[in-house]
Design a protein around this ligand. Structure first.
Ligand code: ADP
Ligand code: MG
Length: 587
């Protein structure tokens, strides 16, 4: 058993033992039961906000959907509480799908603002609908019962809550360590890179959004039967801010941070509600003020929250073991001639013509150099080919089919892989995990098989492939460290390994040798030759002329967006226009 699961088992035993300990007062058991309910919501926010980078103030609304669904069915329609759990989940999931479709596409500050907007509107919606009791809410919600015994006390209800919380934690840990989970983890800092290897980032965002909402909906279901009443006040913006505070206090980004944050905020709120009225001399919801200050202070000073502090007391999880596995499927090289055709490609940014009607071809098994001074339009040409930037005019044809206008993830499906001039890795993920994302399109496991750990055979194959590609680029001894700890040169190599995991027909390398030492450059050149000998075609942007001259069969020279020359390395080297514009007197 890995350290992660030993840790989980210890945590589970401790949490489940609480109600059985007679000297823990009822009051505390009940409080910890509420911590459990909030943990579920905070866990969703850890994924959504901490891992996925989407800040939501509106999570309490989803708790409301779950709570009202069961409260309504179990009072007005006489359903027994257990079957309504499925309805609560379904209602929340559908609501989240609809809200998510319009929310997750919002960029920057608009996304949190959007969540505030619907966070507020659902409060008023709940408060104005007569059939759910308007502002009075629904009273007399029946308790849960197990084998005919009604769970009326906090001590009796506690195990139900914590079994669900523990299950959610286990499923979430599995999910994060899966094909879909890696895509989700890349959303925050490596979305462009994930797209370049075929991850559909909208689907990934929507999936986390719905998952987080469903956890909130389950929390709502528990809340309704534990409190035995629901009122809109529990699902408004204030509550939404509290849940977000929990995720931030605990350590957005860490699964256990959700429980820690829910614990800290729930217990603090309880204490503050007792003490603050004494300080202010009259009753009131003063804890809101304290929470507001706390949230701002944390965002200023301690963004990682408290979990990392606590986690440093425990042993670190061991490095992932690379096990022997059947290699992933490998498709043959492309034989279409030409393989890639850039036809009159044009890109303007306002008045600037970054790429000016440029045409060139890459033939199968060829290494083509794309050179030119800084700002010549080389990286923009890469972006045009890979769908990152839309062409103003012209066409990109790959294997006789146009790929003009395709989104990056679609271009990746044609087996075009790339690296970025400005490296795009997720710094907090290991090098191995970053590279494993490259195999996204060669593998299948979806959300649920990831959650239920049904993907383990495929996972082994992914990691043995990722390790093999890392070995090829010379990073075998660095694979278990965080990508952020690599030198810039090593990060470039890691990007090449990730691109190779796609099993590309065409590889686009944007300044791969920048920041490499002499020996490393030689090794990289040898690797690129090996790839070519295996039938791969390469389009190479590089400033190191020795490197370019050694490797390429054909060179295209850009200057101020226009192609000023092309030909064999010999021809280009002697071309007066090229010497004038770029190569200078030293050649
Ligand atoms: P190179 O990779 O050859 O150094 P680039 O393709 O990065 O050059 O840039 C070509 C020109 O296009 C530069 O003048 C650059 O400032 C401009 N440019 C590139 N991307 C953008 C953008 N997103 N918006 C505006 N101008 C851009
Ligand atoms: Mg560039």
């Amino acid at each position: 058993m890995s350290r992660q699961w030993v840790g989980f088992a210890v945590f589970a035993v401790v949490m489940l033992a609480v109600p059985a300990v007679p000297f823990i007062p009822d009051y505390w058991v009940t409080l910890l039961a509420f911590v459990g309910v909030s943990s579920l919501v905070a866990l969703g926010l850890v994924l959504l906000t901490g891992v996925g980078g989407m800040t939501s103030f509106g999570q309490a609304a989803f708790v409301g959907f779950g709570a009202y669904a069961t409260a309504l069915l179990s009072t007005s329609y006489g359903w027994s509480p257990w079957p309504t759990l499925l309805v609560s989940i379904a209602v929340t999931a559908v609501a989240a799908l609809v809200i998510g479709l319009v929310t997750v596409r919002l960029k920057g500050h608009f996304l949190p603002l959007g969540t505030i907007a619907w966070g507020i509107s659902f409060y008023y919606l709940f408060g104005n609908l007569q059939f759910i009791g308007a502002y009075d809410g629904i009273q007399g919600v029946p308790p849960l019962s197990i084998f005919g015994t009604e769970l009326l006390s906090g001590r009796a209800f506690y195990p139900v809550i914590w079994v669900i919380v523990l299950a959610a934690i286990a499923l979430t840990l599995n999910l994060l360590d899966s094909r879909v989970g890696r895509a989700i983890r890349a959303l925050r800092s490596g979305a462009a890179a994930a797209e370049s290897v075929g991850v559909n980032i909208w689907t990934a965002k929507l999936a986390v959004f719905v998952y987080a909402a469903v956890l909130a909906g389950i929390a709502g279901w528990l809340y309704a039967h534990f409190q035995r009443a629901v009122t809109p006040g529990a699902f408004g913006l204030n509550a939404g801010i509290e849940y977000l505070l929990m995720a931030v206090v605990g350590g957005a980004g860490h699964v256990y941070g959700a429980v820690l944050g829910a614990g800290i905020v729930t217990i603090l709120k309880d204490l503050l509600q007792d003490w603050l009225p004494l300080v202010f001399g009259q009753g009131g919801n003063y804890e809101g003020i304290v929470f507001g200050i706390l949230l701002v202070a944390l965002l200023q000073g301690a963004r990682t929250g408290f979990w990392p502090l606590l986690a440093s007391l425990f042993p670190k999880p061991g490095a992932r073991r690379i096990l022997d596995a059947e290699p992933l499927g490998h498709e043959g090289a492309g034989t279409d001639n030409p393989l890639l055709e850039v036809r009159e490609a044009r890109k303007t940014f306002g008045g600037l013509v970054a790429v000016n009607d440029v045409s060139f071809q890459v033939k199968p098994g060829e290494i083509v150099g794309l050179i030119g001074p800084n700002g010549a339009g080389k990286s923009t040409t890469f972006n045009l080919v890979t769908g990152v930037t839309r062409l103003t005019a012209g066409q990109i044809v790959f294997r006789s089919q146009t790929i003009t206008g395709l989104a990056p993830a679609r271009v990746a499906r044609r087996r075009i892989a790339r690296t970025f001039q400005h490296v795009k890795l997720s710094p907090a993920m290991t090098v191995l995990d970053n590279v494993a994302i490259g195999a996204h399109l060669r593998t299948r496991a979806g959300f649920f098989s990831g959650m239920l750990a049904l993907d383990r055979t495929e996972e082994r194959r992914i990691f043995s492939e990722a390790a093999r590609q890392l070995q090829r680029v010379g990073l075998a001894d660095r694979m278990h460290i965080e990508a952020g700890a690599l030198s810039l040169g090593e990060q470039r190599l890691a990007e090449i390994a990730r691109a190779l995991c796609l099993d590309p027909v065409l590889l686009l390398l944007d300044e791969p040798a920048a920041g490499l030492r002499h020996g490393e450059k030689q090794a990289l050149a040898t690797l690129i030759e090996t790839l070519r000998d295996d039938g791969m075609s390469v389009l190479l942007v590089e400033h190191d002329m020795d490197f370019v001259m050694r490797l390429t069969n054909h060179i295209v020279v850009l200057d101020f967006g226009s192609k000023i020359a092309e030909g064999s390395p010999q021809e280009v080297r002697q071309n007066p226009a090229v010497i004038e514009a770029y190569l200078g007197a030293d050649l």
